[in-house]
Design a protein around this ligand. Structure first.
Ligand SMILES: [Zn+2]
Length: 121
């Protein structure tokens, strides 16, 4: 189950993606929290200039992306394999709800394990 803070952080995010992330949390063997949903253009510019984002065309700014953090023993864990486990749950939930979702960990050039976004325009 997602905690209240995670739900709050998805305020303004496309409800289809919120539904997928919620359903994924219910079936995922690992616990995760949502760390970011909608992002302002100012914050995106700051992350881009700091090299922490690869694009100024971020789906976060359009309410079409969320970032998550895997929690193990109450602490954020950044082991990539654990994000693959979450991605499997997200993909299963996306398929069930018929919402096309893309995982940043599948990107060829810049693997973004914590990132999930709606596919297409
Ligand atoms: Zn992201």
């Amino acid at each position: 189950m997602l905690n209240q803070k995670s739900l709050d952080r998805m305020a303004g995010v496309d409800p289809r993606l919120v539904a997928v992330i919620g359903a994924a949390a219910a079936i995922c063997p690992l616990q995760f929290i949502v760390t970011e949903g909608v992002r302002s253009w100012d914050r995106q510019k700051m992350l881009f200039e700091a090299g922490k984002s690869q694009t100024m065309n971020s789906q976060h700014c359009k309410g079409r992306a969320v970032d998550i953090a895997v929690m193990i023993d109450g602490k954020a864990d950044w082991t990539f394999a654990n994000y693959r486990t979450v991605a499997q749950a997200v993909k299963a939930a996306a398929l069930q709800l018929n919402v096309p979702v893309e995982w940043g960990g599948d990107w060829a050039t810049f693997k973004d394990g914590p990132h999930f976004q709606l596919k297409g325009a």
